[in-house]
Ligand binder design. Structure first.
Ligand SMILES: Nc1ncnc2c1ncn2[C@@H]1O[C@H](COP(=O)(O)OP(=O)(O)OP(=O)(O)O)[C@@H](O)[C@H]1O
Ligand code: SF4
Ligand SMILES: [Mg+2]
Length: 309
């Protein structure tokens, strides 16, 4: 998938929210690409833009080329054939994404029928097969239960089963481990690792420990734009951007030091570098000029006037 010059805006009474602001990015066939950033920086909007599942008032510009086709120009009918089968999303919150009054097996079967056109019986059998694949014990019995009978970790497994049911080649996973305790999180990470091995995945997360387990490359997003991206090792061992360093410093093993200040409003960005009000290295040029994303080392991109290794 090649994303170029992508912008997603939401017109609101207070002004235009520039949630995704000129993103350029390529994700390779079998890689897991992590997207990390503070709350509200535009991660979910980027995922939903790829799926074309945004509020109708949203405007999109640029290109998302997937298997030679620009998804931003695809009709709704074309997108329906792509969603689930080619590109699937594992959503942020299983509690709100699962229908509480529908049996779990039926929900998975419905997703399968929608995307694959299987008959009811085959879809039900496939749903049980998927529950088994994500290691839900006694899957045929569990398929007849309702979401409230499942624990948080099991619900997350159901979301994964639903996302992978139609064997998509590209997965967007939005905070797949959010709210899970450490042991369950480790199990979900293992499961995702195994199940997405030969697929491309955009993994959206706040959790650097999860990103470290799963990702080949990582991007840091700040105020709608990418500020750094590199192979995993480059981000963890030689981060270049002050925001990335700040984010790493907030890891438990590095002392849980939060980045001071708040992210800016996506309606009214600061002049110059968007991070400058929070950056201890900011100089005059940072307040005046918006830095470009440049390749600092091979494959290691950064948006900072004073990037240093
Ligand atoms: N339909 C909408 N109308 C207006 N603004 C929106 C809409 N959807 C999202 N936004 C805004 O876009 C911005 C980015 O939101 P997004 O959900 O992508 O953040 P995020 O990075 O996923 O955060 P989190 O980590 O909390 O999930 C936010 O400021 C949000 O308020
Ligand atoms: S451009 Fe300046 S303000 Fe922005 S991150 Fe780099 S040093 Fe800090
Ligand atoms: Mg989000």
């Amino acid at each position: 998938m090649r994303i170029s010059d992508l912008k997603t805006n939401f017109p609101t009474p207070d002004g235009i929210v520039r949630a995704v602001d000129t993103i350029d990015l390529s994700i390779r066939d079998t890689e897991t690409f992590g997207l990390i950033g503070e709350t509200g920086c535009g991660k979910t909007v980027l995922g939903l833009t790829i799926m074309r599942l945004l509020h109708p008032a949203a405007t999109m510009e640029g290109e998302i080329i997937y298997k030679g086709k620009n998804l931003l120009e695809a009709s709704e009918a074309e997108m329906r054939t792509i969603r689930g089968r080619e590109i699937a999303i594992i959503l942020q919150n299983p509690t709100t994404s699962l229908n509480p009054v529908m049996r779990v097996g039926e929900q998975i079967a419905e997703a399968i029928r929608l995307h694959q056109g299987l008959n009811k019986k085959d879809a039900a059998a496939k749903a049980v097969e998927m529950l088994d694949a994500v290691r839900i014990p006694s899957p045929s019995q569990r398929a007849n239960e309702y979401p409230h009978e499942f624990s948080g970790g099991m619900k997350q497994r159901v979301m994964i089963a639903m996302g992978l049911a139609c064997n998509p080649s590209f997965i967007i996973a939005d905070e797949p481990t959010k709210g899970l305790d450490v042991t369950i999180k480790a199990q979900i990470v293992e499961l995702m690792k195994e199940m997405t091995e030969r697929k491309a995945m955009l993994l959206i997360t706040h959790d650097l420990s999860v990103a470290r387990e799963l990702c080949d490359r990582i991007a840091l997003m700040y105020a709608g734009e990418l500020v750094e991206y590199a192979p995993l090792k480059g981000i963890f061992e030689s981060p270049l951007h002050p925001y990335t360093r700040g984010f790493l410093g907030s890891l438990p093993e590095r002392g849980l030091v939060p980045i001071p200040g708040m992210s800016p409003s996506l309606i009214d960005f600061p002049d110059g570098c968007r991070f400058h009000p929070r950056c201890e290295h900011a100089t005059e040029v940072c307040r005046r000029e918006h830095p470009e994303l440049v390749e600092f080392n091979a494959g290691h991109f950064v948006r900072c006037h004073h990037a240093r290794s």
